[in-house]
Design a protein. Structure first.
Lengths: 292, 306
């Protein structure tokens, strides 16, 4: 009676099956649309895009920024080129979205799993002709898709509005949407694992926030580890750095992508994705064996 | 006879690792349910009834044993498209309306959506929820929620329906409607499996019942099988002079009612012995009846026995 874990072929077929029986996936969307935190996030994104579109005026002379007004107030800028100014603004926005936006996105979606696994609710899902891993994966993909939609809306909206105003179409900013989504998906997998195991949304959220908070500290491992007294401590610190998601590096990579510098994200993205995959596998194994 | 459910040697122990405790919820449980029957599973709280249903529906996993539903192993999940389930204390996504709830669970069961919508309208009407079909379930009362859960269990037109405490929170009229629907479903050849500790409900609608105690099935059969011959016999004879004294000498339990003695007899042998003795005394026997026990008395007697 022990359940089996999904094979790669089953996973590959899953997207097609979602299209055929989209119940949980669509329900996750509907649930998030009713969720006030989601709307708060969406409205905040709209306000950022709207304020750039309506309240930001650029004074450009011969391709050089002469002045900027925001909501009628003059903002003094050094003699940047328009391209430099737009990149600086976009990099600042990306940093803001990569930290505060990410925290809000995790907060908005943190209850998705605990609501699903609570008594009386999970029974109605597990008695269907669906395997457990499909139920959980559909929920995860639903939550990730909602935030991918929100991130794309914010990044592409800002990119379009700034591009239309400045005539600078910085593709790096548009592409950094993918990095923002990657940063979210990795921490969302932590929320999924911890909240499914503990059946507590706050625990999942705190775990993800803790990883996000410690990420910049761990990113400085090369500077910090020499200060440790023994090789064991240095080894432990470096190991933790390699294992946990590299959110700080991901946000840094967004900045580099926007300012047209070498990306150098492969190893950080790779190890973060491996961590997310690990969280997914642990969640699936636990969820498939759990008695509800 | 086609079987709707076949459980073979099911065992389940819940372990709490940190406290080192073990709770044996199912202990080598084997039984069958015929297709087209209304089957009732009775037992006190903690007997393992809900665990048994959850194991059958793969909501919990058995340590050992096998379950077949509608002739198919539950390892093959496709069988669940033909199974409906009303859990105890159902909880729906609060953002959905009653109509959306039925559509969601109908689609998850893999049913054709045209049929699901047709059934949803039908069951909402039948269960007096049609007026509130566009209302969010977050505003539903307990009774409305329970009726919606019942509709949800039927919306994909299943052949086997598990109902866990189906009348919990319902008013008497709604209870009667649930009983009528169960009977209609059985008449259509569908199997209804009811899990309850409300004996009166079970007695009214079930064709067969099983009594469960401490993770084991301790008795099963039809209601008449379980209640018949268990209360002994009652013999009624005219209260002629000296008969009361004689019955007292024989240590028999009796009561005088309207000029007759009602004598209680434990079994057939003592009933026959008394008949012979009375006939030898030339006393006419008014009546002899098998005393049927109520399901409640069987339940209490069987489950309180060590």
């Amino acid at each position: 009676m022990t359940p089996t874990t999904p094979t790669l072929a089953e996973l590959a077929l899953f997207a097609a099956k979602i299209a055929m029986r989209p119940g949980i996936f669509i329900d996750t969307f509907q649930e998030s649309f009713r969720n006030k935190m989601f709307w708060f996030f969406f409205v905040a994104s709209s306000l950022v895009i709207g304020s750039i579109a309506l309240a930001l005026n650029l004074d450009v002379v011969n391709g050089v920024m002469r002045g900027v007004t925001f909501l009628g107030n003059e903002i003094r800028v050094r003699a940047f080129t328009v391209k430099q100014w737009v990149e600086t603004l976009q990099a600042g926005l990306a940093m803001l979205i990569g930290t505060i936006g990410l925290c809000l996105a995790l907060l908005a979606t943190s209850t998705l799993f605990t609501q699903m696994v609570q008594k009386g609710s999970i029974d109605l899902l597990l008695c269907r002709p669906l395997s457990r891993w499909r139920v959980m994966t559909a929920r995860f993909l639903g939550g990730a898709s909602i935030m991918a939609f929100n991130a794309a809306y914010l990044f592409l909206g800002v990119w379009f509005v700034l591009g239309a105003k400045s005539r600078v179409w910085n593709q790096g900013f548009a592409f950094s949407t993918a990095l923002a989504i990657l940063g979210f998906v990795v921490l969302f997998s932590v929320v999924m694992m911890v909240s499914v195991i503990t059946e507590n949304a706050a625990a999942g959220l705190l775990a993800a926030y803790a990883l996000l908070m410690f990420s910049p500290i761990l990113a400085q491992h090369e500077r910090i580890t020499p200060a440790f007294s023994t090789e064991l401590y240095r080894w432990i610190f470096r190991s933790v750095y390699w294992v946990v998601p590299k959110s700080a590096e991901t946000i840094g990579a967004m900045r580099r992508l926007i300012t047209d510098r070498p990306l150098e994200i492969g190893w950080a993205a790779g190890t973060s994705l491996v961590f997310a995959l690990g969280c997914y596998v642990v969640t699936m194994v636990y969820f498939m064996r759990k008695d509800y | 006879m086609r079987l709707a459910l076949e459980a073979v040697s099911l065992s389940k122990t819940f372990r709490r690792w940190r406290r080192g405790r073990e709770v044996r919820a199912l202990s080598d449980v084997s039984f069958t349910v015929d297709a087209g029957a209304i089957f009732g599973l009775l037992g006190p709280n903690g007997a393992g009834k809900t665990t048994l249903v959850k194991v059958a529906l793969t909501i919990a996993h058995a340590d050992r044993g096998e379950v077949r539903l509608l002739g198919q192993s539950i390892r093959d999940r496709s069988v669940f498209s033909r199974v409906g389930y009303l859990p105890e204390n159902p909880r729906f996504p609060l953002h959905l309306t009653a109509w959306q709830v039925l559509r969601l669970y109908g689609s998850l069961s893999g049913a054709d959506m045209t049929a699901v919508e047709r059934n949803a309208s039908r069951w909402l009407e039948r269960l007096d929820l049609a007026r509130w079909s566009d209302m969010r379930v977050s505003k539903f009362s307990k009774g409305m929620n329970e009726r919606l859960a019942f509709a949800q269990a039927l919306v994909h037109d299943p052949e086997l329906i598990f109902l866990d405490e189906p009348t919990d929170g319902l008013d008497p009229l709604a209870r009667m409607e649930v009983r009528n629907i169960c009977r209609e479903l059985a008449d259509q050849g569908k199997t209804v499996f009811i899990n309850s500790h409300i004996l009166a409900e079970i007695e009214l609608i079930c064709d067969r019942i099983a009594l469960m105690k401490s993770g084991e099935i301790v008795e099963q059969g039809t209601i008449s099988e379980l209640t018949a011959s268990r209360g002994g016999y009652e013999l009624v004879a005219p209260a002629v002079d000296g008969l009361g004294h004689w019955l007292g000498e024989k240590s028999l339990t009796f009561a005088a009612v309207d000029g007759h003695f009602h004598v209680q007899l434990a079994d057939r042998v003592s009933a026959n012995a008394l008949i012979d003795a009375l006939r030898a005394k030339n006393i006419e026997i008014e009546s002899l009846s098998v005393k049927r026990r109520t399901l409640e008395s069987v339940f209490i007697e069987r489950l309180s026995r060590e």
